[in-house]
Design a protein around this ligand. Structure first.
Ligand code: RP5
Length: 167
């Protein structure tokens, strides 16, 4: 069994549905990953143990998704020198703005790469993780190029249909 290179940490089981977008995207790119639930405030010891062991196990990028006063990604980043990508989630009545600010406003010294709120962010977190791994892996960079080319082709074809309908 190969060791996964990306870890997706959820602050709660309730984050899973949105964060599935990150997992699905990693599968699309053929990047092995694991998903764990570990809360920065409810299970701090579990989170500590998991993150401190991650590098030696072969994990290379960590994605952390949480809502509310979302200190999860920062708490993860404080425990590892692996790159950490934070996904702010909409879990309260504030539309995810609380999580966005908590995740993005890391004080200097411990960076968290923060992506957009919710499903968009979950997808972008996975794409960014693939790009990080792609720094030393040409085949992954090729897959990212192909992904973008496919997206562009879809838009160009839709645009052509609109133009064709007009003439
Ligand atoms: C955060 O609080 C979690 O990441 C989740 O987004 C939010 C609500 O958690 P539950 O009360 O649903 O477990 O820590």
């Amino acid at each position: 069994m190969t060791t996964p290179r990306v870890a997706i940490i959820l602050g709660s089981e309730s984050d899973r549905a949105v964060m599935d977008e990150a997992a699905k995207t990693l599968v699309e790119f053929g990047v092995d990953h694991e998903v764990v639930v570990a809360s920065a405030h409810r299970t701090p010891d579990l989170l500590d143990r998991y993150v401190r062991a991650a590098e030696a196990r072969g994990i290379r990028v960590i994605i952390a998704g949480s809502g509310g006063a979302a200190h999860l990604a920062g708490a993860v980043a404080a425990r590892t020198v692996l790159p950490v990508i934070g996904v702010p989630l909409d879990a309260t009545g504030l539309g995810g703005l609380d999580a966005l600010l908590s995740t993005v406003q890391m004080p200097p010294g411990i960076p968290v790469a923060t992506v957009s709120i919710g499903t968009w962010g979950a997808r972008n977190a996975a794409l960014l993780a693939v790009e990080v791994l792609g720094v030393s892996e040409e085949s992954l960079r090729e897959r990212v190029r192909a992904y973008r080319a496919k997206a562009a082709a879809g838009i160009e074809s839709a645009a052509r249909e609109i133009t064709d309908r007009k003439v």
